[in-house]
Design a protein around this ligand. Structure first.
Ligand SMILES: *Cc1c(COP(=O)(O)O)cnc(C)c1O
Length: 713
């Protein structure tokens, strides 16, 4: 019996060690069925869960619930997945199969139990790894392990954001030390003019993809550097350049230590651009060729993805910081200080220009892309100074629009509907439009019932979270009414994103009188759920957040405007699966892509958004709602006023009437038609499988091919 007991516990442990479980609801339901309360207490961390429950308890619950076969089945499926030989990648990725793609990113958003991401960039990187795994593309991720991750957000008595930093418990994470040839944990070293930086290396298994993470909490480091990788985006520019030095150069050294030769170097944002330099150094020393030739060679297999049209989103470092941290390295490359600085300058001769990571990445990569069509246009304009003799259309920055990893964001109940109506192979064929035609086969009533179920789940989640917030802040009027916060029969708008000025999280409350009328309407009311963090140093973002939090605590809006603290993977999952409408109001054209609205579509919600980022190429007039017609104005005040007017009128004239137009059985037939139309027109395009296939066909294959051609020649 004891063997049997350990057997189930061990199998669950094995499942917990590979993040594959995060996109398989049938595995998650094993934990929730065994002990739903404990699952919540450990914040959805299966290793922490299993450390708190004995094999005997698992066995007992398994017998009660007949879980044996489900656990064994999940375990078998994981093994089959890991051993599968015929994949899209094995068939289509020729050259790449010999040498892996190495994907560098400063953050990876894989699950709430691994808080090493802050927002969209990280979630995108996580989704990229998951789809690369599903497609069977040989890819290795490189990132940093932040001991405290990004911060936890809490409101204080004045509705201002406060930041909590909590040390991760590494014992409870599926981290495996990467070993060197002596059998001890691999460490790498990067020299600076001052102290060298050491980092140890960990592995996370994301399905078939390995993610290697560096962390500086080792004794060889100075006290200061031991905490270098404590926080994501937490430090000043000196911390920042040291982190980026570690990510880029340290990351490339990890590959060398493991004898991994990258076929493609993919830099997800400029933070990791120093990796190019380490590749150049290795090439110079190995092939004994001069800097310029080595740089050309490395650029052939380097792909760079830029993520923001906002100037502050591009790291820039002073000559002093660059010399302190890369001086030693620069000498090995045989470059003078000015030659080195020129690599990060738009105008190489401008001694006043700081060193920009995006510039280095653009100069060092043959293939570069923005993350939506409109962002491509903006990026070409933004960086045309690097190619002064070319017309805008010939600036070599293309675009691949972001997508989301469908199985990570799709509600299990919606997944069941898709399994039934889209065909059992829909998940492996989701990039084909014909697959999504199956949505028409879903009965209106069934789709609506599923949506309402998910909406109720969201409402219960929000009430739980709000109760904690209200108890802490002593908001008696909210506690008194907590069971009436949000009404499942009321049109529910979700609005969650980072609070930053250009995202205009407050646009919808800019004419409070007009909004209040909509909220208080007795026949056709609306309610809004807000969430989002502000960067700790962004005072303007914090003020916006405070304004919203304030309203949510105003007696007048109890139950109809709510603010959910600590927007993260988990909050996002509940929101995108349960809202009717997803509101996005960036100041055009500053949204690079945005992906949260894509998650909403899969679950049957409709987008209401400014025509910016992905929505600019996605909206067809009937698959959601547009705010305005894509207009812009040099004066942000005027643009805000106009967009607010468009927002209120589309709400009043289109969104609200359509939602409340019901047939005799209370079903909003026309609304449902729009939900289905959105799924059909958007599902096949805005998913990460399509995105990763685009990267593979357009970038990875030619890049990997060009390296072999160069070597042959
Ligand atoms: C999807 C997601 C994002 C990115 O979405 P945007 O539309 O760019 O805001 C950010 N944060 C979290 C937690 C997400 O899940």
């Amino acid at each position: 019996m004891a063997d049997m007991e350990n057997h189930l516990h061990d199998r669950l442990k094995a499942l917990a060690q590979n993040l594959w479980w995060t996109w398989h609801p049938e595995v998650i339901s094993l934990f929730t069925d065994i002990d739903p309360h404990l699952w919540r207490v450990v914040e959805h961390n299966p290793i922490a869960f299993l450390n708190r429950i004995t094999p005997e308890q698992v066995e007992e619950r398994a017998s009660e619930l007949v879980l044996h076969s489900r656990i064994n089945h999940a375990f078998r499926r994981l093994n089959e997945y890991m051993e599968q030989e015929r994949t899209w990648g094995s068939i289509n990725c020729g050259n790449v199969n010999y040498r892996p793609v190495v994907y560098f990113s400063a953050e990876f958003g894989l699950h709430e139990s691994l808080p090493i991401y802050s927002g969209g960039l990280g979630i995108l990187a996580g989704d990229h790894l998951k789809s690369a795994s599903d497609l069977g593309i040989p890819l290795i991720g490189i990132g940093l392990l932040y001991q405290q991750g990004y911060f936890n957000q809490r409101l204080n008595q004045n509705d201002l954001q406060e930041e909590d930093y909590v040390d991760l418990d590494l014992e409870n994470l599926p981290l495996h030390p990467v070993l060197n040839e002596h059998g001890t944990q691999l460490t790498v070293r990067v020299d600076t003019r001052t102290t060298p930086i050491f980092a140890r290396v960990w592995r996370l298994q994301v399905g078939r993809v390995r993610l290697l993470l560096l962390d500086t909490n080792v004794e060889a480091n100075t006290l200061e550097d031991r905490s270098l990788t404590n926080r994501l985006y937490g430090g000043d520019t000196r911390v920042r350049i040291r982190q980026e030095l570690l990510l880029g150069i340290g990351g490339a050294r990890v590959l060398q230590a493991l004898h991994i030769h990258p076929g493609v170097l993919h830099l997800n944002e400029g933070h990791s651009a120093f990796a190019i330099l380490e590749e150049i150094r290795r090439t110079m020393e190995y092939d004994m060729i001069p800097f310029n030739r080595a740089m050309r060679r490395v650029s052939l297999y380097t792909v760079f993805t830029t993520h923001t049209p906002v100037a502050a989103g591009h790291d820039r470092f002073s000559p002093d910081l660059v010399e302190e941290h890369l001086g030693v390295f620069r000498e090995r490359l045989g470059l003078s200080h000015d030659e080195f600085m020129a690599l990060g300058r738009v105008n190489p001769n401008d001694a006043g220009e700081p060193f920009c990571m995006t510039v280095l990445a653009l100069k060092g990569s043959r293939r570069a892309n923005a993350v939506s069509a409109i962002h491509g246009t903006v990026s070409r304009l933004m960086w045309r100074g690097l190619w002064p003799n070319r017309p805008e259309s010939e600036i070599p920055i293309g675009h691949i629009t972001n997508g989301v990893h469908v199985l990570s964001w799709l509600a299990p109940q919606m997944y069941q509907l898709f399994e039934t109506h889209l065909g059992s192979d829909w998940a492996t064929r989701m990039v084909h439009p014909d697959v999504w035609e199956g949505v028409e086969k879903i009965h209106d009533g069934e789709l609506w019932e599923t949506h309402q179920f998910l909406k109720m789940r969201l409402i219960r989640f929000v009430r739980r979270r709000l109760r904690i917030q209200a108890e802490r802040l002593g908001l008696k009027h909210i506690l008194k009414d907590i069971d009436h916060v949000l009404d499942p029969d009321v049109l529910t708008i979700g609005c969650a994103r980072r609070f930053a000025a250009y995202k205009r999280g407050d646009l919808v409350v800019s004419d409070l009188e007009r909004l209040t009328k909509l909220i208080k309407d007795t026949k056709r009311p609306i309610q809004i759920i807000f969430a989002g963090k502000a960067h700790p140093n962004d005072d303007e973002g914090k003020r916006l957040l405070q304004k919203i939090a304030n309203l949510s605590h105003d007696k007048k809006y109890t139950g109809s405007i709510v603010f959910v603290e600590n927007y993260d993977y988990n909050v996002a999952r509940h929101l995108v699966q349960g809202v009717d409408v997803w509101l996005n109001t960036p100041r055009r054209p500053l949204e690079a892509c945005g992906t949260s609205g894509q998650k909403v579509v899969l679950n049957g919600g409709l987008n209401l958004s400014v025509l910016d980022g992905w929505w600019n190429e996605a909206f067809d007039g009937k698959n959601g709602f547009a705010i305005g017609h894509g207009g812009m104005h040099n004066d942000p005040e005027i643009q805000n006023k106009r967009d607010a007017e468009y927002l209120y009128s589309v709400l009043e004239d289109e969104v609200i009437p359509l939602y409340y137009k019901r047939d005799t059985s209370g079903i909003p037939t026309e609304w449902i038609r729009r939900m289905k139309h959105a799924m059909k027109t958007l599902g096949w395009r805005f998913n990460a499988d399509r995105m990763v296939k685009d990267y593979a066909c357009r970038f990875y294959l030619p890049a990997a091919g060009s390296t072999s051609a160069e070597w042959a020649g």
